[in-house]
Design a protein around this ligand. Structure first.
Ligand SMILES: [Zn+2]
Length: 249
């Protein structure tokens, strides 16, 4: 086989729930990437949700009618290196700033500083970025590229397995709480790699497994991990490794 199939996971915000994700991912031999904000380590807030849709950060927990909250507690700085050992750490903007409309004179402070501080903390050069809120701009992408960022990940499900023409503007295959993860994965298994490498990238947030719904719970996530793991023809790796096409025979 000249080309390969890569399967990756990409989780955002650097949350306490990542520790549970990592435990599960290790159990199933899976690899992946965690996208962190160097300016927000240890910060505690709560995400409001209705059903499977998370949409707003609160500074207190509660059940506000149909809006429920789940913990969105970020891992403290002194634990980062140890928690993410064996996984890829990538950048996610210093304080999770939105990139569309962000003035170029703030790129150093929002993107550059995040890349530098994370790289220093984990002991290797950070090579990936996930756009906060899934949105970017042409200027921000150009800056990331200039700063040595190999790929930039959005947050809208493409349903596709192809590597993007512009790696710094990549839409993942699906969200871990999408309805069709298993169906898509079956399609991925059946896809041929005669002419190109393929990538199946699942993105999400650790807090989504605390929703306790059919598609967003620890059990639901584990079911996906179990289903996609241990397949002969698939390379389980980080996004950096996939975008570097680590297996190039
Ligand atoms: Zn985020």
């Amino acid at each position: 086989m000249a080309f390969h199939k890569y399967l990756t996971f990409s989780f955002d915000d650097g949350l306490e729930q990542d520790k549970r994700l990592i435990r599960l991912m290790k159990k199933y031999g899976l690899k992946g990437t965690f996208n962190l904000n160097a300016g927000l380590f240890g910060k505690k807030d709560w995400v409001g949700r209705i059903g499977n849709i998370g949409f707003k950060e609160y500074n207190a927990p509660g059940n506000h009618g149909i809006i429920k909250t789940v913990e969105h507690f970020r891992i403290p700085k002194d634990e980062i290196r140890q928690v993410y050992e064996g996984f890829e750490v990538a950048s996610h903007a210093y304080r999770h700033e939105a990139l569309p409309g962000l003035k170029a004179d703030r790129f150093d402070e929002v993107l550059g500083r995040d890349i530098d501080e994370l790289s220093e903390l984990v002991g290797y050069q950070v090579a990936g970025h996930a756009f906060p809120g899934g949105m970017s701009s042409k200027e921000a992408r150009a800056y990331l590229k200039e700063r040595g960022i190999l790929y930039g990940r959005g947050a809208f499900s493409s349903g596709k397995f192809t590597f993007p023409e512009e790696p710094v503007n990549y839409s993942p295959t699906c969200s871990i709480k999408d309805k069709n993860v298993i169906t898509l994965f079956d399609k991925f298994l059946a896809s041929d790699t005669e002419s190109e490498d393929l990538l199946f990238c699942v993105w999400g947030h650790g807090y989504e497994m605390d929703y306790g719904t059919a598609r967003a719970s620890e059990e639901a996530f584990e079911k996906i991990f179990d289903y996609v793991s241990g397949r002969e023809d698939i390379i389980y790796c980080t996004n950096k490794e996939a975008f570097m096409h680590i297996h190039e025979d």
